[in-house]
Design a protein around this ligand. Structure first.
Ligand SMILES: [Cu+2]
Length: 478
């Protein structure tokens, strides 16, 4: 491998220092995190070696946010913006992003949903050593496939401080027509620094939502004490306005960048024609609302045929906070208070999603099946996959080329938005990278093709569940 040019020398040496000689064989391949570190593993794909079509810098640093306009709060952000500035590129571009870390802690960037080469995936201690405070790291990947994505810190609980930003890979040939688009980042807003839910603290109260009542030390239903819900970094008291003109078809790219919130989304006065799930094109399906979990994205087209000012609403399914909102404002309409959505008659279900390009290689019976149980850790505050809490957990081992099936059963009362790094998977007739497993014995099965060697995290995208162990490494054997 000769593509060391994309990694600043200092960071490369750090990686070398941490992993020893094995890194020489695998470029920036870091330490094997599994207890079974001796297993010979397949060699990851190299990062693209072509010159970059898009070069960007992202600075992670302490900053302030103004979620309600005036008052500001301290946080950690990308380029002092919340959400961070959108990265936009064309399908197939070679992209180079230099992360500089001005935080007082190590960090990484994960390119959520994009099947980058393993060394570029940004998972601390799995695909790279964290970028030290004062250090930098250059990520390089090919922007494909097209879609709506986001990127975020994958270190500790940093995502819930606001280290997140949208990323759009534009299609060269979209399967739907539209005149205008807006990216709509939906989030939960924590004032102050995030802490694990196991941190007992009397001023925490009973938590921001959920039904509670599990008793004992169980954290099963706890959410952090969120100060509110956000669309594009704004609390509902200071909503952002998205402009439209009558007659336009407006593509809205909804991203659930929250750390712990399942949202229901509606646009008052307008049906949503859902055109993409997790960035991947589906046969358009018309609904009044959809529900999505942390890490999921939906693109929907709204036909601007109902002039006025209308509320875009994203409410927590299991929280008590006021719904996040934005305003869809027709040019020339009075700036009166927006009309709220009425009841949703038709809510999107996974059954409605029919991928335009189903995944190849997942017909027939799988080469390997993992039956996994998602559960709370009883008296411990852990969240478990098959009774084990990461990092004290065995890897799921696969071989390159295999058709792999994962059958998940949720024995806890809360939803788990499960995310697989480095691969898309087929769930029912959709192609996705994150899927919500309902509580109370909800079952979801997905299939994927092991076509991207390396060590990949598979985890719950509820950040607090991930932090408490709900993760495994999918490890490619030689
Ligand atoms: Cu979870």
């Amino acid at each position: 491998m000769s593509d060391h040019t994309s990694i600043p020398r200092r960071e490369f040496l750090q990686v070398l220092g941490a992993t020893g000689v094995s890194a020489l064989a695998g470029c920036a391949q870091p330490a094997n995190p599994s207890p079974d570190g001796s297993a010979p593993t397949a060699t990851p794909r190299p990062a693209p070696s072509a010159a970059a079509d898009v070069a960007a810098t992202v600075q992670a640093a302490p900053s302030t946010i103004q979620p309600s306009g005036a008052a500001s709060a301290k946080s950690w952000l990308y380029d002092s913006a919340f959400p961070g500035p959108e990265l936009r590129m064309a399908e197939g571009d070679v992209v180079e992003v230099e992360l500089t870390n001005e935080l007082p802690a190590g960090t990484t960037i994960h390119w959520h949903g994009i099947p980058v080469s393993n060394g570029m995936d940004g998972v601390p201690n799995v695909t790279q050593q964290p970028v030290d405070s004062g250090g930098s790291f250059t990520y390089k990947f090919r922007a494909e496939p097209a879609g709506t994505y986001f990127f975020h810190s994958h270190a500790g609980l940093q995502l819930d401080r606001g280290l997140l930003a949208p990323l759009v890979i534009e299609e060269s040939d979209p399967h739907v027509e539209y005149d205008r688009e807006h990216t709509v980042v939906v989030d939960d807003y924590l004032e102050g620094a995030p802490r694990p839910l196991s941190d007992d603290d009397s001023d925490r109260g009973p938590g921001g939502g959920g039904s509670g009542g599990m008793g004992g030390g169980m954290m099963a239903d706890r959410r952090p004490p969120y100060a509110g819900l956000l669309i594009d970094g704004r609390l509902p008291t200071d909503p952002r306005t998205f402009d439209v003109q009558e007659g336009e078809r407006v593509r809205l790219r909804f991203i659930n960048a929250s750390s712990a919130t399942l949202f229901r989304v509606q646009v008052a006065g307008h049906p949503l024609s859902v055109t993409h799930a997790d960035g991947q094109p589906v046969d358009p399906v018309s609904v009044d609302s959809f529900v999505f979990g942390s890490g999921e994205r939906y693109d929907a087209i709204v036909e601007a045929s109902n002039p006025g000012t209308w509320e875009i609403r994203a409410g927590a399914v299991d929280g008590n906070e006021s719904p996040a909102r934005a305003v869809l404002a027709y040019d020339g309409s009075e700036s009166s208070s927006p009309t709220a959505p009425s009841t949703s008659e038709r809510q999107l279900s996974y059954r409605d999603l029919d991928a335009i390009s189903p995944l190849d290689g997942v017909d027939g019976s799988p080469d390997r099946t993992f039956d996994v149980t998602l559960s709370a850790g009883g008296r411990s505050d852990d969240w478990l996959i098959d009774g084990q809490a990461y990092p004290d957990a065995e890897p799921f081992q696969v071989r390159e080329g295999e058709h792999v099936r994962v059958r998940m059963t949720n024995r806890s009362p809360v939803v788990h938005p499960m995310h697989l790094h480095g691969h898309f998977f087929q769930v029912q007739d959709a192609v996705k990278d994150t899927v919500v497993v309902p509580g109370h014995r909800g079952e979801v099965t997905f299939d994927f093709v092991a076509d991207n060697p390396g060590n990949w995290l598979f985890h719950c995208h509820n950040l607090y569940h991930l932090d408490a162990g709900m993760a495994r490494v999918v490890q490619y054997l030689k």
